[in-house]
Design a protein around this ligand. Structure first.
Ligand code: SAJ
Length: 417
């Protein structure tokens, strides 16, 4: 079996490295953070993902996964580092660049290099190939290069890593075929071969499609509030049509993918990306729209207090990156509305977290921002007794409103007039 080196042990790199190790590969997992390396070598994990802890433990126990801070020569290199964006909404490719520069001196003939990180169109051809060329390495002759974008949904990573179809874009045909052979060892979904720039664009469009669709749902929410009807009901019924798939509105689009990736296209083609840019603007405006709702709810209340329920960018995960909740809380601070925060999935957060009961004491309104399953099992009767005013504002349409109403709550919901 071949030796693999996975650069970056985050939300994609760690599951991939562990999956490969449990499929018989000798895997070197590289991360610049020595604390993370230590945790993994002890069979632990630094991120929340169902099933990941067991998989990492099995990988470490098998002796096939070792975490280190520096790469070593292997047969296959996988780059799975973050590609965030700058304040100016430009792709920050510094992690990809430094990964390429670290592995370049280690590359030997017939090595396969795979880029999994989501990247702007042209990254393999215009960034990676020239970097390797500066080390006198010629693609197709000295090494193979392919883009195989990760496509897993956080919360379902392990299942989707195996079951999802994969798109593999080679810098040349042979590179794509070599990469396909490698992924076939653990991927049960279909594998489709194409060129590297097409694969880069496919990945970006998958997430951009969702972003544009969510923007449409957010626009619908605003209209339905004015019309005095429920956007959720409109969506439910419209989606009964066999060719309609409206997404859902919410307090904003967060995470490190959907709120970021469309910018990688806009950056390159600003004049041709009107719908994509407008959708980003609409979705980025949702935290402020949510704040306007909260302001209306607490109007006239002396020194109001809000309980924020859920600060992750979506339900049932522990990830708060680009979360609309962070923007909403920052705004509450600025306008001087008191708040407390409860999130059963988050241990470390920028703002202080409280226990459920503590959070509700003296509050005037509970605002659900993330649709964690736990919130469906809250007891409005008990929680209501701790509050000063009993109002629920559900931005995700994720709890039983009738139950809360029965327990004396006034219920408001985003997208419902
Ligand atoms: N959201 C809505 N309404 C919706 C769906 C989502 O407001 O109808 C919000 C969520 O609350 C969240 C954000 O959008 O804040 C993104 O959530 P998501 O579940 O759509 O996506 P991610 O970012 O967790 O994962 C996406 C996935 N892409 C697609 O489904 C096309 C995943 O498969 C990708 O691997 C991942 O991006 C990635 O890494 O690119």
């Amino acid at each position: 079996m071949k030796k693999v080196c996975v650069i970056g042990l985050g939300y994609i790199g760690l599951p991939t490295a562990s999956m490969l190790a449990t499929h018989g590969f000798d895997v070197l997992g590289v991360d610049i953070n020595s604390e993370i390396v230590k945790i993994i070598n002890n069979g632990g994990i630094h991120i929340e993902e169902p099933g990941l802890h067991t998989l990492v433990q099995a990988a470490i126990k098998s002796g096939r996964l070792k975490a280190v801070t520096e790469p070593e020569p292997v047969d296959i290199f996988i780059i799975a580092v973050p590609t965030p964006f700058t304040k100016e909404k430009k792709a920050d490719l510094s992690y990809i660049k430094s990964a390429a520069k670290i592995i370049a001196p280690l590359i030997s003939k017939d090595n396969l290099i795979i880029l999994e990180s989501t990247s702007p169109p042209g990254t393999c051809k215009d960034l990676l190939e020239p970097i390797f060329k500066s080390f006198n390495l010629i693609s197709g002759k000295d090494y193979y290069l392919a883009h195989c974008p990760e496509r897993v949904l956080p919360g379902y990573t392990l299942k989707e890593l195996i079951q999802n179809d994969r798109i593999i874009g080679g810098i040349d045909k042979e590179s794509a075929e070599k990469a396909a052979q490698f992924y076939k060892v653990f991927v049960e979904g279909n594998i489709y071969l194409t060129d590297s720039t097409t694969a880069e664009m496919v990945k970006l469009m998958e997430n951009t499609y969702r972003d544009v669709n969510i923007a449409l749902a957010n626009e619908l929410a605003k209209i339905c509030e004015k019309l005095g009807i429920s956007a959720w009901e409109v969506i439910r019924l419209a989606n009964l049509h066999p060719r309609v798939n409206l997404h859902t509105p919410g307090p904003g689009v967060g995470g490190h993918c959907i709120a970021v990736d469309p910018w990688f296209i806009i950056e390159k083609y600003p004049a041709d990306t009107e719908i994509i840019t407008l959708s980003r603007k609409i979705n980025d405006g949702m935290p402020e729209y949510t704040i306007a709702h909260i302001n209306r709810i607490v109007e006239g209340i002396n020194n109001p207090k809000i309980v924020i329920l859920g600060v992750t960018y979506k339900g049932n995960i522990d990830d708060t990156r680009e979360s609309p909740a962070v923007k909403i809380i920052a705004r509450l601070e600025k306008i001087g509305i008191k708040y407390s925060i409860y999130d059963p999935h988050v241990r470390k957060f920028k703002y202080e977290l409280s226990s459920l009961k503590e959070a509700f004491i003296g509050a005037d309104c509970a605002v659900i921002l993330a649709n964690h399953d736990e919130f469906r099992f809250l007891h409005p009767e008990e929680l209501g007794k701790l509050m000063r005013n009993k109002v629920l504002f559900d931005t995700r349409f994720c709890v039983d409103h009738n139950l809360w109403k029965k327990n004396g709550f006034k219920v408001c919901c985003l997208g419902v007039g």
